[in-house]
Design a protein around this ligand. Structure first.
Ligand code: PA5
Length: 445
């Protein structure tokens, strides 16, 4: 089993699982048969098997073209339109990917834009890329999201000035809805190559579509292996035997702890490569669970870095949280501490210890300390950090998230709460059509 869930430190009595089996089986049935709540967004469930093969071949071709023509690829998108690719690319490339020589990287540098509204970020990025050959992949399912639309306006102009309209057309790739939205309209008007986000797959569940796959493939990652991992997840996590199904175990564990009054789940990692897996996971569970006053607040920490900040709160603060630790079983490196004759910092007792082994002891020491402090811990063991296992981990979390929503009685596939800020922002920016709200909000400010 390449993903294992260890409940030994979660302080859960097996009977708490057993009395939820029936509900879980029903949730699984509704999810797999696509008959449950939000079923118009269940395309992701079997997508690693039933993906569009022609589109997939085009993605691979476009990725090679990007690698052959660009020093840098700019991925423009926000939320589910960038977090999945950023998570996979960060997990599977060097932490210094962009700084490595091109001969070592075999792929363009990767930058993200349109995921914030910082003028400074955009200005500095445009300045940085001024003398580099770039390609752009702009991604938006709705095709109308403000943040990426603004960034793309700048990059479109930047590229047309640099390469002319025809040259820019050759370097701009659009991923959006098959027929609706301003981005689709623009892609058709300008003749950009475009990739389709299926109607029945929402942003945060879209890693196996062109949304995730084009940037991931362009970064030189084996997308066949990633999809094979997704397919393995689809097959394995159908197993009705809870003791053989780590995805079921994780969904049940969250549900038990939530019903016990825990309100925060903290995803813990011990390797900076997993930092963006944590960001993607936060979005997946945050947008899926948080409805009707329900849901676990998803938070992520990166140890041992955050042991020197958040560790105190987790250990001694209010006991409203539990930790889910994501560990990679296989070592990432064999670098070792060495003997130093002077031994001024007294570290010779660690002579010949691998840094990864020291990190493992930090994990074990923290686990016991936090459990002693009254914090339940569940551990997700990922055998190896590679495309197959990350592909499977994505499916593991997506399926657990869907099941969890059904167990809680919410629709895990919509995000109505995200609209509230958008409406206010449009009104405050005086977008035509929002006049009444503009007056109302401005009076309040
Ligand atoms: O998961 C989701 O659906 C959202 O987070 C969206 O991905 C995000 O709001 C961006 O939307 P769009 O792709 O339409 O620009």
């Amino acid at each position: 089993m390449s993903i294992r869930f260890d409940l030994s430190y979660a302080n859960i009595n097996p009977s708490e699982f057993e009395n939820r089996f029936e509900q879980l089986a029903l949730a699984n049935e509704e999810l797999m048969a696509k008959t449950g709540i939000g079923n118009d967004f269940l395309g992701w469930v079997d997508y690693p098997i039933n993906y569009d093969k022609a589109e997939y071949a085009r993605i691979k071709k476009a990725a090679i073209k990007i690698q052959d023509t660009c020093d840098a690829l700019v991925i423009i998108g926000i939320g589910g339109s960038y977090l999945g690719s950023k998570a996979v690319i960060s997990a599977l490339t060097s932490p210094f990917f962009n700084e490595e020589p091109r001969s070592k990287r075999k792929a363009p540098k990767i930058y993200f834009a349109g995921q914030n509204l910082s003028g400074k970020y955009l200005e500095k990025l445009l300045e940085l890329l001024k003398d580099q050959d770039i390609c752009v992949n702009v991604i938006s399912k709705s095709g109308t999201t403000t943040e990426p639309a603004i960034a793309f306006r700048f990059f479109k102009k930047f590229m047309e000035e640099k390469y002319g309209k025809d040259g820019a057309r050759d370097r701009i790739f659009v991923t959006t809805d098959k027929s609706a939205g301003a981005l689709k309209f623009m892609a058709d008007e300008e003749g950009y190559e475009n990739f389709v986000i299926p109607d029945d797959i929402g942003g945060r569940y879209s890693v196996y579509t062109a949304v995730g796959l084009l940037p991931i493939a362009a970064a030189g990652i084996d997308i066949d292996a990633l999809m094979a991992g997704g397919k393995a997840g689809y097959e394995e996590y159908k197993n009705p035997k809870v003791d053989k199904n780590p995805c079921y175990q994780y969904a049940l564990y969250r549900n038990v702890l939530y019903n016990r009054g825990k309100s925060i789940e903290i995803l813990v990692d011990y390797d900076p490569s997993l930092e963006y897996i944590g960001e993607w996971w936060k979005q997946l569970f945050g947008e899926s669970d948080g409805k009707d006053g329900k849901g676990l607040f998803p938070s992520a920490v990166h140890f041992s870095t955050d042991l020197h900040s958040m560790g105190q709160m987790i250990q001694d603060g209010p006991k409203n949280h539990f930790e889910t630790v994501l560990v990679i079983d296989e070592d990432q490196s064999s670098i070792k501490v060495f003997h130093d004759d002077a031994n001024l910092e007294g570290l010779n007792y660690l002579n010949a210890w691998e840094i990864d082994a020291i990190n493992e002891k930090a994990f074990m020491g923290t686990l016991l300390a936090h459990v002693d402090g009254g914090v339940p811990n569940g551990i997700i063991h990922l055998k190896k950090l590679d495309a197959f296992n990350i592909g499977k981990l994505i499916y593991f979390f997506e399926k657990a998230c869907g099941l969890n929503g059904y167990l809680m009685g919410v629709n895990p596939f919509d995000q109505p709460g995200v609209e509230a800020y958008k409406k206010n922002m449009f009104a405050l920016l005086h977008k035509p059509g929002y006049e009444a709200l503009t007056t109302e909000l401005e009076e309040r400010l």
